[in-house]
Ligand binder design. Structure first.
Ligand code: ADP
Ligand code: MG
Length: 701
């Protein structure tokens, strides 16, 4: 591995604050800073100057084009590149980039999912510069992070509602902080660090699997004799080439200003993880999208395929993306850090309570924020958190909360009426808060870790919901406290905490989330157990959800309905493609192997009988009998699946259709797979035109 000067290359391709300070005239720099902080409008002459400077800088970095970079509802990023060139009359060109081009773009939006928001005849959308996320140069283009809206102003992307939710949370938090006497704070940001899991497999093997190519996951395949049971991969020694891959990945991410920090092998064979240093949510989301993209690109260079699907292989762990989340003030205080003084404790408890109440009250929409066809295979599979949302706070903090609810002192246990100001929290050890890996939503010392997001998800989704739900609870808390005088404040806060705890403590659970007992207990507590996307979706358009999002200006009712449609349509399309791919793989690839093997075994048996007339050819007959019986089952299962897939396609109402895919098609795919896997287990590898699980998972160099 070559040495590198990291401070020099870090963010070398980013038009960040440092570059702007160096290169922009002072007043222009100030104007941009103000815009990025307050989301105000940039005057055109200011934009022109910024564009000119940005262009010069980008050209120095090798850019020939610029692109507005946005995040449509596909969950991926989108870009359309325009050259800087502008022909001159004398037949030459100049390099041109105007303020108008910087702040606004008009991509043809007709082919992006809009869930009926835009009638197709007015397929115009526009992209608007988001100065709070820095522009960067990649692959010869200047990338400008943008929001994507319709001309009617409706959000067609994930960034717009995310920015709205950050604003809502900031406004609500600042009001509460001011009531608590913390008047210096004028703005808060939510912070996110998203740990990204992924698989690497040999690219040549990948290319031979139709299922991986078309759907991102294996739809058939007998298990390898070895899986992850030896637990020898987690934190294991990195293979030299994998290590080189990670090195190159880090380097490319660092150049783009993505603070990649931690890397290690994960639980499943060929599975790895990368974790960044946390950043402001908006930037963290952009950076996670970039991370996924660069992971794939660098994999290609190394002859690998990087799999970001939530469940690429049956029977071994899938991949998630832990969303670490906290709130920090513009004065540099992490509001979810318990702190050391009673005042800090009080503030901490208020914000902690807001999160607990938010997650309980809006558990259904939080579940929906991570719902995809892929993630459905993971949640509740005893490898990832269950589909039931609960919060782990650790024993110590739970005791504190209990004592608050009962009005007793933490240490004593006697009924002392304590003012909150005197409520000194015991020092909360980080260690004791991070032990429970089965919890979907765990307090880990000074932040929450939401463990339900799947590996391919844009983390915009869960953060939109988290920010909004917590903002909602802070507004509620503000309402209850706003009339208290400073003298009354401690008691008032105490009362609010007691009330809210009584109402929301059902969401707190410190035990093992993987057990059947918890599923039952959660049922008794009235917690939602939404096992699949179609189960969960109706809650998104329920009054409670619409009330939440419209109240805080995150989504209009129409935007919610459009997203509802898009999510369901996406689910339907995903499972449909999977069903077709599975059938094609069985008909063509698998059948080739099966028929050839049966033919060879038959030929060998006949030859043997010529040679040894007395032989019963028991071994050969046994193989043939098993394969013959299995083929019959395969034909049966295949016909059923083909028939029902046609039926599914014809269903007109999208929720009903999604339910049919989930309840019928996925089950029938499993049934078909059950039989092909049984056959595959006795067919020698060389007969199969696609690589087996064993090859894919254990042959990586
Ligand atoms: P580990 O889980 O390995 O013990 P940490 O819990 O320290 O490591 O960090 C895991 C992830 O949480 C990292 O991506 C880190 O940047 C992120 N993180 C740490 N502090 C915060 C915070 N205040 N807000 C958001 N994310 C954070
Ligand atoms: Mg962690």
């Amino acid at each position: 591995m070559t040495a590198m000067n990291i401070p020099e290359i870090y963010a070398s391709m980013v038009f960040n604050d440092k570059v702007m300070r160096e290169r922009l005239p002072k007043d222009i720099y100030k104007a941009v800073r103000k815009t990025s902080k307050n989301g105000t409008h940039l005057e055109l002459d200011v934009a022109n100057t910024v564009a000119a400077v940005m262009k010069e800088w980008a050209i120095e970095k090798g850019a020939t084009h610029f692109t507005h970079w946005f995040q449509p509802m596909t969950g991926l990023t989108a870009e359309k590149h325009d050259g800087f060139i502008s022909p001159t009359e004398d037949g030459g060109v100049i390099m041109d980039f105007s303020g108008k081009e910087l702040v606004k773009g008009e991509p043809d939006a007709s082919s992006f999912p809009s869930g009926g928001l835009r009638a197709t005849f007015e397929a115009r959308g526009y992209t608007a510069w988001d100065p709070s996320s820095p522009a960067f140069v990649k692959d010869g283009s200047l990338y400008i992070p943008t929001a994507f809206c319709s001309y009617g102003g409706e959000a067609l992307d994930k960034k717009t509602p995310l920015l709205r939710s950050m604003e809502a949370l900031s406004d609500a938090a600042v009001k509460v902080l001011h009531l608590l006497g913390n008047t210096e704070v004028t703005h808060v940001d939510t912070t996110v660090g998203s740990e990204q899991e992924y698989f690497l497999i040999d690219k040549e093997l990948y290319k031979k699997r139709k299922d991986l190519l078309l759907t991102g996951r294996t739809l058939m395949g007998a298990p390898a004799p070895k899986g992850q049971e030896m637990e020898d991969h987690y934190f294991g020694v990195l293979k030299p080439k994998v290590s080189e891959y990670m090195h190159e990945l880090d380097k490319e991410l660092w150049e783009l200003g993505v603070p990649a920090k931690t890397k290690h092998n994960e639980v499943a064979p060929s599975q790895h993880e990368l974790a960044p240093v946390f950043e402001t949510t908006n930037v963290a989301v952009d950076h996670n999208q970039l991370t996924m993209e660069v992971m794939k690109k660098v994999a290609d260079k190394f002859g690998y395929a990087c799999l970001l699907h939530e469940k690429p292989f049956e029977g071994i762990n899938g991949s998630g993306k832990h969303n670490n989340w906290s709130i920090s003030t513009n004065t540099g205080v992490n509001l979810l850090d318990p702190g050391k003084t009673p005042g800090q404790n009080l503030q901490f408890l208020v914000f902690l309570m807001a999160v607990i109440a938010a997650v309980d009250e809006y558990q259904e929409v939080l579940r929906i924020s991570v719902a995809t066809a892929g993630n459905d295979h993971r949640l509740g599979g005893n490898e990832a958190p269950p589909a039931i949302i609960s919060i782990f706070v650790g024993d110590e903090l739970e005791k504190v909360l209990q004592s608050i609810e009962e009005g007793t002192s933490v240490t004593g246990g006697g009924k002392t009426q304590m003012g909150m100001g005197a409520h000194v929290l015991p020092h909360i050890m980080r260690d004791t808060t991070d032990r429970n890996r089965t919890s979907p939503f765990a307090f880990t010392g000074n932040k929450f870790e939401f463990r339900m997001p799947g590996s391919s998800l844009s983390v915009a989704n869960p953060n939109i919901v988290l920010n909004t739900a917590v903002a909602d609870k802070l507004v509620e808390i503000y309402g209850k406290l706003k009339d208290a005088t400073p003298d009354e404040m401690d008691d008032a806060v105490h009362k609010v905490l007691q009330e809210m705890l009584a109402k929301h403590k059902r969401i707190l659970f410190n035990g093992n989330g993987y057990t059947e007992e918890w599923v039952e207990e959660a049922g008794r507590r009235g917690l939602a157990n939404l096992a699949s996307l179609p189960d969960a979706m109706p809650y998104f358009i329920a009054d409670k959800s619409i009330g939440l999002f419209t109240k805080h200006g995150i989504f209009t009712k129409e935007e919610i309905y459009s997203r509802y449609e898009i999510l369901l349509e996406n689910y339907v399309k995903t499972v449909h493609i999977e069903a077709l791919t599975l059938m094609e793989m069985v008909r063509k690839d698998f059948t080739t192997g099966l028929v050839r093997y049966m033919k060879d075994v038959t030929t060998e048996a006949l030859k043997k009988r010529d040679l040894l007339p007395d032989s019963k050819c028991s071994y050969e007959s046994e193989i043939l009998k098993t394969l013959d019986k299995t083929s019959e089952e395969i034909v049966f299962a295949m016909n059923k699946l083909a028939e029902d897939t046609e039926k599914a396609e014809a269903i007109g109402e999208v929720l009903e259709q999604a339910k049919f895919y989930q309840e019928t098609i996925l089950k029938e795919m499993d049934e078909l797979r059950f039989w092909t896997d049984r056959a595959e287990a006795i067919i020698p590898d060389e007969y199969l035109p696609y690589p087996t699980y064993e090859k894919m998972l254990f042959s990586l160099r």
